[in-house]
Write a protein that binds this ligand. Structure first.
Ligand SMILES: NC(=O)c1ccc[n+]([C@@H]2O[C@H](COP(=O)([O-])OP(=O)(O)OC[C@H]3O[C@@H](n4cnc5c(N)ncnc54)[C@H](OP(=O)(O)O)[C@@H]3O)[C@@H](O)[C@H]2O)c1
Length: 305
C-alpha cells in the first residue's frame, strides 16, 4: 500500500471515489507476468519493459463522481457510476476517467459491489455469446463456467434461449445450477468431448479445451470460441476457418460504452445476477490475490473501500 497524489480530472474527465472493485484472474496474471512465452514480448512492450508503466492494477469498479472537468456533460457530481477502467487503476481510492470511456450510471437497485463485477466479465461474455449466434434451443457448452466471464456467459446464453452446459470443478456446480445452467459437468470427473452430445457452440473461458476434440463435439456449422487463446489454437483456428464450415473465433472483446449500458440494463431488470464469492478490504489486497490464485473463487472477488 502506498500513498499517491489524489488525481485531478482533466477537462473531459470525471474524478470518481471508488466504493468497490474486483480482483480479476487477469490482474493476478498481469501482476505475476504469468502468460504463455509466445505473448511475453508484446505484453512486455504493452505493460512496461523493466517495470509496469502504470503500477496500479484493477480493471473494473463502481463508485461516486466527486468532481468533473469543465467539458463533461454526461455526468454530474454525486452520480453513482460503474466502469471498465481500461485495464488499470481501480485498486485505488480515486480514479480519473474520460467521460467517453465505457462508464455508465449504476442502476439504483444494484449495489456498488455487484456493479463492480460486471464490466470485464460481462463485456467479454457479451462479446463471445454474441459471436456464438445462438438460436433458441441451441446448445452451448461453457468451459470454465464458474469464472467471472463464465457466470455472465451462462446467464446471457440462457437469456438468448439456449440450452446451457456448464463445465467447472465440483465446488462451483451448485452455483451454476442456481444461475440456471441446464446441465453441469465436473471437469475433474468427465470429459465433455466424450459424452456423445453435439453442441452448436463451445465457449472456452480458461483455454484448457482440446482443439480437435472440441471440433468433433460441434455441429457442422458449430462455433468454437476461445476467450483465453494460445498461439497454436489460434493458428489452427485460422486454418479451420479457411477449410471448414465450422468457425473458430478468438478476437478479444472491445470496451464499448453501449455494451456497458446494455449490461447495466440487464442488471437493472434482473436478467443478470452477479455472482460474488468473497469481499476483501483494500488493505487486504494481498490476501485477495492469494485467494484468487488458489482457483477456488466462485464467480467474483470484490474489493471494498
Ligand atoms: N480483460 C481480461 O483480463 C481478460 C479478457 C479475456 C480473457 N481473459 C482471461 O480469461 C481467463 C478467465 O478469466 P476469469 O477471471 O473469467 O476466470 P476465473 O475466474 O479464473 O475462472 C476460471 C475457471 O475455470 C475453471 N477451470 C480450470 N481448469 C479447467 C478445465 N480444465 N476445464 C474447465 N474448467 C476449468 C477454474 O476452476 P478450478 O477451481 O478448478 O481452477 C475456474 O472456475 C483468464 O486467464 C483471463 O486472463 C482475461
Amino acid at each position: 500500500m502506498e500513498d499517491v497524489e489524489k488525481p485531478i480530472p482533466a477537462d473531459d474527465e470525471v474524478l470518481i471515489k471508488l466504493h468497490a472493485a474486483t480482483v480479476f484472474t487477469g490482474d493476478c496474471e498481469m501482476r505475476g507476468f504469468k502468460f504463455p512465452i509466445s505473448f511475453w514480448l508484446p505484453l512486455r512492450l504493452f505493460i512496461g519493459i523493466l517495470r509496469p508503466k502504470r503500477p496500479i492494477l484493477g480493471q473494473e469498479f463502481s463508485g461516486v463522481v466527486e468532481a468533473i472537468g469543465k467539458d463533461v456533460t454526461r455526468f454530474a457530481v454525486g452520480d453513482a457510476v460503474f466502469a471498465a477502467s481500461g485495464g488499470w487503476g481501480a485498486y485505488a481510492q480515486y480514479i480519473c476517467l474520460s467521460e467517453d470511456k465505457p462508464m455508465v450510471h449504476k442502476p439504483e437497485n444494484i449495489t456498488h459491489e455487484a456493479a463492480a463485477t460486471v464490466p470485464t466479465g460481462g463485456l467479454n461474455a457479451l462479446h463471445f455469446v454474441r459471436k456464438a449466434d445462438l438460436k433458441p434451443g441451441q446448445k452451448i457448452l461453457i468451459n470454465g463456467a464458474g469464472s467471472s466471464i463464465g457466470t455472465m456467459a451462462v446467464q446471457l446464453a440462457k437469456a438468448a434461449g439456449a440450452e446451457v452446459w456448464a463445465v467447472d470443478c465440483a465446488i462451483k456446480l451448485d452455483m451454476l445450477r442456481a444461475i440456471s445452467a441446464d446441465h453441469v459437468i465436473d471437469y475433474t470427473r468427465e470429459d465433455f468431448t466424450k459424452n456423445d452430445v453435439t453442441f452448436d457452440a463451445i465457449l472456452d473461458v480458461v483455454g484448457k479445451s482440446h482443439f480437435s476434440r472440441c471440433l468433433r463435439a460441434l455441429t457442422p456449422d458449430g462455433r468454437y470460441l476461445l476467450a483465453n487463446p494460445r498461439i497454436i489454437p489460434m493458428l489452427r483456428g485460422v486454418w479451420t476457418n479457411k477449410t471448414s464450415t465450422q468457425k473458430v473465433m478468438f478476437a478479444l472483446a472491445g470496451e464499448k460504452l453501449e455494451d456497458v449500458q446494455h449490461l447495466a440494463d440487464l442488471l437493472a431488470d434482473g436478467t443478470l445476477k452477479p455472482v460474488i464469492d468473497r469481499h476483501f478490504a483494500l488493505e487486504d489486497m494481498v490476501a485477495a490475490h492469494r485467494y484468487v490464485e488458489t482457483g477456488q473463487k466462485i464467480g467474483n472477488v470484490v474489493i471494498t473501500f
